[in-house]
Design a protein. Structure first.
Length: 192
């Protein structure tokens, strides 16, 4: 419980607003860490988007414990489910880390073609959000951004690396909260 309180305080300090604690009542919620929840942050004077963030996703004994957050243009309870499923995957199947891709198994929102997520640095918030040192276990908890991406963008990242994909994001000035966005990749004769 002490850790979750620190996580909530850390998010609140960085995002300058309070959150609502949410749980997804279905599925294997009991197979997650005690007190696991999702925090919902409404838009504020500092941000004009909704933010959903895990709280208690990792065990501090992991080599690189993480928490994830995702942004949305709308209030969307389905993101509570999505982050809960990803936390379950992280705990019970394969630890996620920086630059990993995760298959959502469904569209991010509505009919979005973004069906994957890229675990990225929290570029909008920087190192103040990214790092929280926990002296009791001499470990650093990382707060990372889950960016919804398309299947072809995930494939491009796997083939060419993160940096070329990020260059495409920047070149196309992609809108990371637009669930109807198109892929940043232009395919020519089956190639990127």
């Amino acid at each position: 419980m002490f850790l979750n309180n620190r996580i909530k305080t850390h998010y609140n300090k960085n995002w300058h607003n309070g959150s609502v604690i949410m749980h997804w009542p279905e599925g294997p919620i009991n197979d997650l860490y005690d007190d696991f929840c999702i925090l919902e942050f409404p838009p504020s004077e500092f941000r004009d988007m909704w933010t959903y963030a895990t709280c208690g996703m990792s065990n501090l004994q992991e080599e690189e414990p993480i928490e994830l957050h995702i942004f949305s243009s709308i209030q969307d309870e389905s993101l509570v489910e999505l982050l809960t499923i990803i936390a379950y995957y992280h705990k019970n199947t394969s630890n996620l880390g920086l630059w990993h891709s995760v298959n959502f198994g469904r569209p991010w929102q509505g009919e979005s073609i973004c069906t994957y997520g890229l675990v990225s640095l929290p570029y909008l918030d920087g190192p103040d959000l990214e790092n929280m040192y926990i002296p009791e276990v001499d470990n650093n908890l990382k707060f990372l951004w889950l960016i919804p991406i398309t299947e072809d963008e995930a494939g491009y990242k796997d083939k060419y690396g993160v940096e070329p994909l990020e260059e495409k994001f920047e070149e196309k000035q992609f809108n990371y909260i637009d669930s109807n966005r198109k892929s940043v990749l232009e395919k020519r004769r089956g190639l990127w």
